[in-house]
Design a protein around this ligand. Structure first.
Ligand code: AMP
Ligand code: MG
Length: 349
């Protein structure tokens, strides 16, 4: 299959492209598109054949459900059974935006889209191109991240092309995404709202609206035998080709240890990548040293993390060392992704 790549500016959306992309989706084809979190791989959420194609294009296990993207509150009722009051409160506070809610699904949503579950994940993105595409497609786009399963989520269209060229009909290139990490997922089908995947919308932000909110225990004790409630969280994920280890501890000790390890690995012929921050990046010696951002503004680190992991792959880096990050606020999401990318390999110094 020939994959068409089209550039679209969020503030100057070409409606003729949207119409064409919408028709591809309505006919059961796949279109990758930018959102504020990461690039999504979209198909018609109400068409089971489209969902099957998404799993095939990504090489995604079929028990790992897709998120259904909508463009207006009036579209929520058709795909859900019972919408609790908490969902309306969260929607008012965070939609459109990077929050996904798990709700009971209606008959309209095929089990292929929900990985066999009776619940459905729903999100209303804020990215204008995403909203225009959802409308053009008839209202419901199932879209996981637009990467091959297991790889870091794409934050630039060139990484979507790397993974999806020849596998899907169209890629909409909207430039760099704003947030860089996937949406927060909150389950509203149980007594207490529970975060199944941390993201830009933090625990504190959800508690401010709902009061009591829990974190799925499998996220907190991620290396334990507990089964995560979001099926996708059990898989090895976000992984670069290089072998990644997180070095945690006091700044000076971390810098010293990473440089020590880097030299030892280089002596063995490995190509070493290092993830530092603004204040430490000049202190490191490796084949590729990256500045993840500013610790005082953790959104800068969220935005660069997946891109850095992809760049290491481009640079044929075989061993990676990363600093660790504070787990408060959005840091919880950053560490969740970094720990998964590292297969929970952490050295404390
Ligand atoms: P991705 O689209 O790649 O961001 O992955 C979607 C995530 O949402 C995966 O971790 C899924 O397991 C999770 N998810 C989607 N639908 C549900 C659902 N009905 N219940 C629990 N988790 C879900
Ligand atoms: Mg994903």
């Amino acid at each position: 299959m020939e994959t068409e790549v089209v550039k679209i500016e969020e503030d100057k959306i070409d409606q003729s492209v949207m119409k064409r992309a919408g028709e591809i989706l309505k006919a059961g084809g796949l279109v990758a598109f930018p959102t504020e979190t990461v690039y999504g791989l979209g198909g018609d959420a109400l068409n089971k054949e489209s969902s099957r194609k998404i799993y095939a294009a990504k090489g995604r296990p079929s028990d790992n459900p897709l998120i259904v993207h909508i463009a207006g509150m009036e579209d929520l009722d058709a795909i859900t059974k019972e919408v609790p009051e908490a969902a309306y409160r969260l929607a008012k506070a965070f939609w459109p935006g990077p929050l996904t809610m798990i709700l009971k699904k209606s008959e309209k949503v095929p089990l292929e889209t929900t990985g066999g579950l009776e619940t459905v994940a729903v999100r209303m993105p804020v990215h204008k191109t995403a909203l225009a595409l959802i409308r053009a497609a008839g209202g419901y786009i199932a879209a996981p991240s637009a990467n091959i399963s297991g790889k870091p989520s794409p934050t630039l269209a060139k990484y979507v092309t790397e993974d999806m060229n020849g596998r899907i009909e169209m890629i909409i290139d909207g430039g760099a995404v704003g947030i860089g990490l996937e949406s927060t997922i909150v389950d509203l089908t149980e007594d207490t709202p529970t975060i199944l995947r941390p993201g830009y919308i933090t625990m504190q932000m959800l508690q401010d609206v709902l009061g009591n909110v829990e974190m799925d225990r499998a996220i907190i004790q991620a290396d334990s035998k507990l089964k995560p409630k979001a099926p996708g969280m059990k898989y090895r994920h976000y992984a670069p080709n290089g072998d990644l280890t997180i070095i945690a501890g006091d700044k000076d000790k971390v810098v010293k240890r990473i440089n020590e390890l880097a030299s030892a690995m280089q002596a063995k012929g490995e190509r070493v990548g290092i993830i530092g921050t603004e204040e430490t990046v000049s202190l490191y010696h490796g084949d590729s040293v990256k500045n993840a951002g500013n610790r005082e503004q953790e959104e800068t680190i969220a935005r660069s993390l997946f891109q850095i992991l992809r760049e290491f792959d481009d640079e044929k880096i075989t061993v990676i060392y990363s600093e660790s990050f504070d787990e408060s606020g959005i840091g919880q999401a950053i560490m969740n992704r970094l720990l998964k990318a590292a297969g929970h390999h952490v050295e404390n110094v």
